[in-house]
Design a protein around this ligand. Structure first.
Ligand code: NDP
Length: 291
């Protein structure tokens, strides 16, 4: 068997064309969707991610504000900037690029973002809403994975889904989404005993660890759908995922490439969440005017 490619790049491009129309319609209602990206420090990978996100916003016709602060910035000043963005009517979504410099209390900074503008879905209120099965903003990467699965007509209902990784950004929200979609979900992590015994049972296998090519063909059930969230930079400068693509492709039914799989979907979902936030703001202000 040779797995078909789940082409995140192509699907994201199609979505972004639709977003341009939605943005134009909202702009005509006086709510051009606006995203603020806050970057603290000089992490080169974060700089690339932020550039890509801002470029995607501009391409969709959205308003964007890029706030770059040195790593030495007093955390209280960063929180003040976020609070100003919470009040700014041009901004519907606020994203704090992670990781923050070491001396920062990440949870405190994320808590400063208004839950109504938390397009990353990291605010406790939004995490809680997702856990209760009634989400407002769904974290972009797992949301992108669900859209990829749906776009290929892959059924989650009744499937055995195994997620490797339990971070708040990927693994945990991924588990909640798959559970809500009626999969039977197993979450593995660094303390899991005999990882392969779990992964081999998966109809849908999601790898979100950050270890190059750790999922090998012998760990994959024939015909499984394999989603590779990992992004690892090799010594030769190339990017690779957590899945050993060449060998696993010979076993799986569907597989995402790295790059060009989950990454472009993450950015597309950030735009989708920001458009959703602007939509909610438009409805709220129209209700207010109608009162
Ligand atoms: P984290 O480092 O926060 O989490 C990694 C997870 O992997 C942890 O839960 C950890 O377990 C688990 N883990 C580590 N080693 C093993 C092992 N040997 N066996 C099983 N599990 C293990 O990473 P993130 O979730 O933030 O990111 C994961 C990967 O996804 C990274 O490569 C990152 O760059 C990429 N990424 C890609 C995105 C995209 O758009 N494509 C977006 C976000 C991330 P424990 O909890 O026990 O420590």
């Amino acid at each position: 068997m040779t797995a078909s490619i789940l082409d995140g790049k192509a699907i994201a491009q199609r979505l972004r064309a639709q977003f341009r129309d939605q943005v134009a319609a909202l702009a005509a209602r006086g709510q051009r969707p606006g995203l603020a990206v806050v970057l603290v420090g000089e992490n080169p990978a974060s700089q690339v991610y932020v550039r890509n996100k801002v470029a995607a916003c501009e391409e969709a016709g959205m308003f964007s504000e890029n706030i770059v602060l040195p790593a030495s910035t007093d955390p209280a000043r960063v929180i003040e900037r976020i609070e100003a963005l919470n009040r700014d009517p041009r901004i519907h979504g606020i994203l704090v690029q992670l990781p923050l410099p070491r001396q920062y209390d990440e949870a405190a900074v994320l808590a400063a973002v208004s839950a109504q503008k938390d397009v990353d879905g990291f605010h406790t209120e939004n995490v809680g809403a997702l856990a209760l099965g009634n989400p407002r903003f769904i974290p972009c990467t797992p949301k992108g994975v669900m859209v990829l699965l749906q776009s290929a007509g892959i059924q989650s209902r009744g499937s055995d889904a195994v997620i490797v990784g339990r971070s708040n950004i990927v693994g945990r929200p991924m588990a909640r989404l798959l559970l809500t979609a009626d999969a039977t979900v197993t979450v593995c992590h660094s303390r899991t005993r005999d990882l392969a015994s779990h992964t081999r049972r998966a109809d849908i296998l999601v790898a979100a660890v950050g270890r190059p090519a750790m999922i090998t063909a012998d760990m994959v059930k024939p015909g499984a759908v394999v989603i590779d969230v990992g992004i690892n930079r090799l010594a030769n400068g190339k990017l690779c995922g957590d899945v050993d693509f060449a060998s696993v492709r010979a076993v799986a039914s569907w597989i995402t490439p790295v790059p060009g799989g989950v990454g472009p979907m993450t950015i597309a979902m950030l735009l989708a969440n920001t458009i959703e936030a602007a939509q909610q703001a438009a409805e709220q202000s129209e209700r207010f005017l109608g009162d």
